[in-house]
Design a protein around this ligand. Structure first.
Ligand code: 3H9
Length: 684
C-alpha cells in the first residue's frame, strides 16, 4: 500500500500532503504519516513553518468510518491533533472541499487556517451518532464561540468558509491558488510567538451564561427528540465553558466512548453505508453509460408534476411541462413560482436564482412539445386506463431513445410499458410528496427496462439531490407496500379498543414524525377512496362518507381548529364504536407493546416478503426508503436494521403472539421465519 502522506519543501516552508482518495479519510496510515511528518519538520532546522494540505477533491472529510468497530490502531486521532498543536513551529491548514469531523478537528489543531471561499467546515459526527472526539467540542467553542459550535455539532450541517471566517474559524479566505497563498501566509506568520493554540483560548468560553444551553435546546427541541447524540454534543460544549481544556477533553472522551458503544451510533453508521449502497445497481455492469438528458418533460402541472419539475429546474435542467387547459397550467406554474419565492424569502435562494430556474420552464398545452424531451415523466392521477392512454400517445411522440417514466405510486409499470413499442425505455420514477423537498426517489425497474435507462435514472437522481432506491414491480413498490399492513392493523386496533391518539402516540414515542392516523389526516383520508358514500366497509370509508377527509377539511380521524391543531373527536369515537358493534368486535385494553407488534412487526414481515420476492435489491434499501420517505428515525437504522437489533426471534415471537388477531389475509414471510430460526440477520 502506498503511503498517503508525503512532504515537500518550498524555501523554509514544509508542505505535508495527504493523498488518500476519495475523501482523504483519516485512516491509520494518514494518522501515522501526519505525526511522522510533523516530527520531521520540527526537527529540521531548515524548516520554519508547516502547511498541511490535501490532494484530490477535499481536505480531510473525517475519521475513516470503515475503521469503526475494529481494534484501534495507534496513534488515535486526538493524539495526532494534539501533536500538531504542540508543534513548535507554526502549522497552517490549507482547506479546500469539506473539512469535516476529524478533518475540521485537525484544522482546529493547526495554529492557523486558510481556506478557499468554496470550502466548508463541519461536524457531521452527530449524523453517525457521535460527537467530535478529537478535541473538537472543546476547541470549536474556544475559537468560533459557543453558539456556532452548538449549531455545527448538534445539526451536523457544515458552514461556509465565509461563515467560518466571520466567526474566526478561518484566518484568511484565499482567492486563487490555495497552496501558493498558504505558503505565503506561512511565510508571514513563521516568526510570530507565542503560537496561537485553540486549546489555550478562553476568551469565548469564559463567562458564558449557562441559560444559553437550555435556550438552545428549547429553540431546537426537534433535534433532541429521541436522539441521544445531540445532547452529548451539547454537554461537551457546555463542559468547555465550565472547566479547563484538559478536563473538558476527558468529558468529551467519556461521552464519545459511551455513544460509540451504543445502538444509536451503530444504527446511524450502518445507515451511512446503506445510503451509499442504495446507489449501486446489482447485475448492471459499471461500464454502462447513462443516456444524455438535456431536457425533461413533465405531464401534469398538479402538486406532483410541479414539485417534480422544480427538482430539475433547480439543477439547471430545462423542463417542458404540459397540461390540458390554460387554467390548470397557470395555477401549476404559479404555485411553482410561489414556492421558489418563499425559499428566496427565507434566504435560501436569491431572486436571480428564482428567475434562472423559472426561465428554464416551458409551459405548454401542446402534447407534441414533449417530442423534444430526453426524459418524460407522467404525473397524472392514479388510473391505469388514463396512464395507458398517455403512454400510447407518448410512444407516438417521444424521440427514439427518450426515457418514458411514470410517477405512479402503486400501479404495474410493466402493464404501462406494454402499451408502448419500447418497453425497454420505460420505468417508474416514484417521487414522494412534496416532490421538491422529499429526498427519496423509488426507481421502479420494469421487467424489460434497459440497463442504461436505470443507470440514467440513478445518475439523474444524484444530480437533483435525491436518494434513489431501485424497486421491483409490485403493488406499492417498497414504501407504500409496507404501509398496507401497518394501516390495516392500525384500523383493526381501533375496533378492538385502541384510540387514534394511542396508536399515534406509540409511533411518535418510537421516533416517527407522526403516527398512522396523523399521517392519514395530513395526506388526505380520501386518498384511494372508492368515492361511493353508501359503500362503507371500513372506518375510513365511514369518515370519507361524511366529508372527514383530514386536515384539508378541518376533520378526519381528529378534529382540527383554525390553526390545524388536532384534538380527539367524539364523533370519530362513536363511528369506531358503532362499527365495532356491527362487526361484533369486543373492546379490550390494548397495550402499547401490542401496537408495536401489530403495526411495526408486521411491516418488518412485509419488508422480508419484498426481499424474498426480489422486489428490493437488499435489506438496507428497504431501510433507506423508510428513513427518507416516511421519517423512520435514522437512529434506529430503518425497519430491517431495527428488527435485527431487536432480534428476529423476538419479532417472530411477537407476531405469533398476535397471530389470531392479524386477520384472514395474514401470512408469514418464509425468509423472516428462516432467518429467525437460523439466528441470522437481514443487515450487517
Ligand atoms: C469523525 O471524524 C470522528 C472524529 O470526530 C473523532 C475520532 C476519534 N470514512 O459520500 P460520497 C466514502 S467521524 C470512510 O459518495 P460525496 C463513501 O463511503 C467522520 N469512507 O461522496 C464513499 O465510498 P464508496 C466524520 C468515507 O462527494 C466515498 O467515500 N465525517 C468517509 O457525495 C465517496 O463518498 C463524516 O461523517 C469516511 N469518513 O460526499 C463525513 N466519507 O464510493 C462523511 C466518505 O465506496 N462523508 N467515505 O461508496 C461525507 O459526508 C461525504 O462523503 C462527503 C463527500 C461530503 C465527504
Amino acid at each position: 500500500m502506498t503511503d498517503p502522506i508525503s512532504s515537500e519543501t518550498h524555501g523554509d516552508i514544509r508542505i505535508i500532503w495527504s493523498d488518500n482518495p476519495p475523501v482523504n479519510a483519516i485512516s491509520a496510515a494518514v494518522r501515522q504519516g501526519l505525526v511522522r511528518e510533523i516530527e520531521a519538520a520540527e526537527s529540521d532546522d531548515a524548516v520554519n513553518a508547516v502547511v498541511i494540505a490535501c490532494k484530490g477533491r477535499t481536505f480531510f472529510a473525517g475519521a475513516d468510518i470503515t475503521e469503526f468497530g475494529k481494534p484501534p490502531i495507534m496513534p488515535w486521532l486526538p493524539e495526532v491533533v494534539d501533536r500538531i498543536e504542540a508543534c513548535t513551529k507554526p502549522v497552517v491548514a490549507a482547506i479546500h472541499g469539506t473539512a469535516l469531523g476529524g478533518g475540521c478537528e485537525i484544522a482546529l489543531g493547526c495554529h492557523y487556517r486558510v481556506a478557499l471561499p468554496s470550502a466548508k467546515m463541519g461536524f457531521p459526527e452527530v449524523n453517525l451518532g457521535l460527537l467530535p472526539g478529537a478535541g473538537g467540542t472543546q476547541r470549536a467553542p474556544r475559537v468560533g464561540g459557543v453558539e456556532l459550535a452548538l449549531q455545527m455539532a448538534t445539526t451536523g450541517k457544515p458552514i461556509s468558509a465565509q461563515q467560518a471566517y466571520d466567526h474566526g474559524l478561518v484566518d484568511r479566505l484565499i482567492e486563487g491558488d490555495l497552496l501558493q497563498h498558504a505558503v505565503a501566509f506561512a511565510e508571514e506568520v513563521k516568526d510570530i510567538r507565542p503560537l496561537p493554540k485553540s486549546s489555550e483560548r478562553q476568551d469565548k468560553v469564559d463567562g458564558v451564561d449557562p441559560s444559553v444551553f437550555e435556550d438552545y435546546k428549547k429553540a431546537n427541541a426537534k433535534l433532541f427528540r429521541g436522539d441521544i447524540a445531540p445532547q452529548a454534543n451539547l454537554d461537551c460544549i457546555k463542559a468547555a465553558t465550565e472547566m479547563p481544556y484538559d478536563k473538558g477533553v476527558m468529558v468529551e472522551r467519556t461521552k464519545f466512548m459511551e455513544l460509540m458503544s451504543g445502538p444509536q451510533a451503530r444504527a446511524r453508521q450502518y445507515f451511512f453505508f446503506a445510503e451509499r449502497k442504495a446507489a449501486k445497481i446489482d447485475g448492471v455492469d459499471e461500464s454502462v453509460e447513462p443516456r444524455e438528458i438535456k431536457r425533461v418533460g413533465v405531464i401534469g402541472a398538479g402538486t406532483m408534476g410541479g414539485g417534480i419539475s422544480m427538482n430539475f429546474l433547480s439543477a439547471g435542467i430545462p423542463v417542458t411541462i404540459v397540461e390540458m387547459n390554460q387554467d390548470a397550467l397557470d395555477r401549476g406554474t404559479g404555485i411553482m413560482l410561489k414556492n421558489y419565492q418563499s425559499t428566496a424569502k427565507k434566504g435560501r435562494m436569491t431572486e436571480e436564482q428564482v428567475g434562472q430556474a423559472m426561465g428554464l420552464l416551458k409551459p405548454s398545452l401542446n402534447f407534441e412539445d414533449l417530442g423534444e424531451c430526453d426524459l418524460i415523466i407522467e404525473a397524472v392521477y392514479e388510473n391505469m386506463d388514463v396512464k395507458k392512454e398517455i403512454f400510447t400517445r407518448l410512444d407516438g411522440i417521444a424521440k427514439p431513445g427518450a426515457i418514458l417514466a411514470s410517477n405512479t405510486s402503486y400501479l404495474d409499470v410493466n402493464e404501462i410499458a406494454s402499451v408502448t413499442s419500447r418497453p425497454q425505455d420505460v420505468l417508474g420514477l416514484h417521487f414522494f410528496s412534496p416532490a421538491n423537498i422529499m429526498k427519496l426517489l423509488e426507481v421502479v425497474r420494469g421487467d424489460k427496462t434497459a440497463d442504461d435507462v436505470l443507470v440514467t435514472a440513478m445518475a439523474l437522481a444524484k444530480k437533483i439531490r435525491k436518494v434513489a432506491v431501485v424497486a421491483g414491480v409490485c403493488y406499492g413498490f417498497i414504501g407504500n407496500r409496507m404501509l398496507i399492513p401497518r394501516q390495516l392493523q392500525a384500523e383493526k386496533l381501533l375496533l378492538e379498543g385502541a384510540t387514534p391518539e394511542q396508536v399515534d402516540r406509540v409511533h411518535v414515542a418510537f421516533g416517527m414524525p407522526m403516527g398512522p392516523f396523523q399521517m392519514a389526516d395530513l395526506a388526505g383520508v380520501d386518498i384511494g377512496w372508492h368515492r361511493d358514500p353508501s359503500r362503507i366497509d371500513s372506518i375510513r370509508d365511514a369518515l370519507c362518507a361524511i366529508d372527514r377527509w383530514g386536515q384539508k377539511k378541518g376533520a378526519g380521524f381528529y378534529d382540527y381548529d383554525e390553526n390545524r391543531r388536532p384534538s380527539p373527536s367524539e364523533k370519530v369515537q362513536a363511528i369506531i364504536d358503532d362499527f365495532a358493534a356491527k362487526k361484533g368486535v369486543e373492546k379490550r385494553d390494548i397495550s402499547d407493546q401490542e401496537i408495536v407488534e401489530r403495526t411495526l412487526y408486521t411491516m418488518v414481515n412485509e419488508g422480508a416478503k419484498i426481499l424474498e420476492e426480489g422486489k428490493a435489491q437488499r435489506a438496507s434499501d428497504v431501510d433507506v426508503v423508510w428513513v427518507y420517505g416516511y421519517g423512520w428515525p435514522v437512529y434506529r437504522g430503518g425497519p430491517m436494521h431495527w428488527a435485527d437489533a431487536e432480534g428476529l426471534d423476538k419479532i417472530v415471537e411477537g407476531l405469533k403472539r398476535q397471530e389470531s388477531r392479524l386477520g384472514e389475509d395474514w401470512s408469514y414471510s418464509q425468509l423472516l421465519l428462516d432467518k429467525a430460526e437460523a439466528g441470522e440477520k437481514f443487515t450487517r
